[in-house]
Design a protein around this ligand. Structure first.
Ligand code: DGY
Length: 322
């Protein structure tokens, strides 16, 4: 009997078809999000679990794993929903899918930035409500991107891909990262490294979050740091909701203490803080960063390669822990 691989969500058809030929697989035909009980049931039977960001693989779930569970092959790059410490203690290998959703997530950051700065969603709401009276010189004036200072927090693959796009729009690139990026890349982007995050935030026209969510980045954009932003500045988040103090952000947007925000991620997904709903100066997407045909197919292929490599007795390339 081949080891059992359980997939928690519906994956693209081609990925599922390939998995059927390779593995003893249990798929999620109706694509419902697994409850905690279902996750516990899955880890008690499976040799490999393939979860997504919608599954909270916490200590209770991992501790309920049966003796066969040897691998968690995440469909997605962020692994903050998996308790890595407990997984390591249980000697469970965890993999993810880096590198194949970089451009798509950077595109999403670009789209949110354009949309909020040029008031596109606000305009569409007026239009759809039948309230557009026609062109007017002072109507819906937003902010020009060109010449503005963009401060990227987290200059990994996605941060750099976003910087490249923003530079093409004439923006000045600034960034804060644990370490400065390679000189040749920084030179190509004309990017300025800021060791002091607070100092960078104070000077930027746009601040974008492109860092992973970890204990260190929990509410990195705290009430204090949000308060350092300039009144005309915008905040973009395609990382994780928990990187921002959402309540503080809502208060600032409500009071006009910053100009606006473009958000793809939220603290309590799929619930979205009601405070955002009535604000005109926020553009929201439902966690769409990697939602392209190309990225989701490539993420599936990465999962297949990681699982197959592992089950064949080799070390998968995208190990987060092993
Ligand atoms: C990721 O890959 O981390 C995306 O946010 C979707 O999970």
């Amino acid at each position: 009997m081949k080891p059992l691989v359980i997939v928690t969500r519906k994956l693209p058809d081609q990925v599922e078809e390939r998995m059927k030929t390779l593995f003893n697989i249990k798929l999620n035909e109706d694509d419902h999000a697994f409850s905690k009980e279902e996750l516990i049931d899955a880890v008690s039977q499976a040799s490999v679990l393939v979860p997504t960001v919608t599954d909270k693989i916490d200590r209770d779930v991992i501790n309920a794993a049966g003796p066969d569970l040897k691998m968690i092959a995440n469909f997605g790059v962020g692994v903050n929903h998996i308790d890595l410490v407990t997984a390591r203690n249980r000697m469970i290998t965890v993999t993810n899918t880096p590198g194949v959703l970089t451009d798509d997530t950077a595109d999403m950051a670009m789209g949110l930035m354009l949309s909020i700065m040029r008031r596109m969603s606000e305009g569409e709401r007026i239009l759809r409500a039948g309230n557009w009276d026609g062109w007017a010189p002072t109507q819906l004036r937003g902010a020009r991107l060109s010449g503005k200072k963009l401060g990227i927090i987290g200059m990994g693959r996605i941060g750099q891909a976003f910087a490249m796009r923003a530079k093409a729009f004439g923006m000045e690139i600034h960034y804060h990262n644990r370490n400065p990026i390679e000189e040749v890349i920084a030179n190509n982007l004309d990017a300025t490294f800021w060791d002091g995050l607070d100092h960078m935030i104070m000077k930027m026209d746009v601040v974008s979050l492109n860092c992973p969510y970890t204990e260190e980045t929990h509410q990195l954009m705290s009430e204090h740091r949000l308060g350092l932003m300039q009144k005309h500045a915008y905040l973009i988040n395609t990382a994780r909701g928990e990187v921002i103090d959402e309540e503080a952000l809502i208060t600032m947007l409500t009071n006009g203490d910053i100009a606006g925000a473009g958000l793809d991620v939220y603290v309590d997904e799929p619930k979205v803080n009601k405070g955002f709903m009535t604000l005109e100066n926020v553009v929201m997407a439902p966690h769409l960063g990697s939602a392209t045909m190309e990225a989701r197919q490539a993420m599936g292929e990465k999962v297949i390669i990681n699982v197959k490599t592992f089950l064949d007795g080799h070390s998968p390339r995208d190990r987060v822990i092993s």
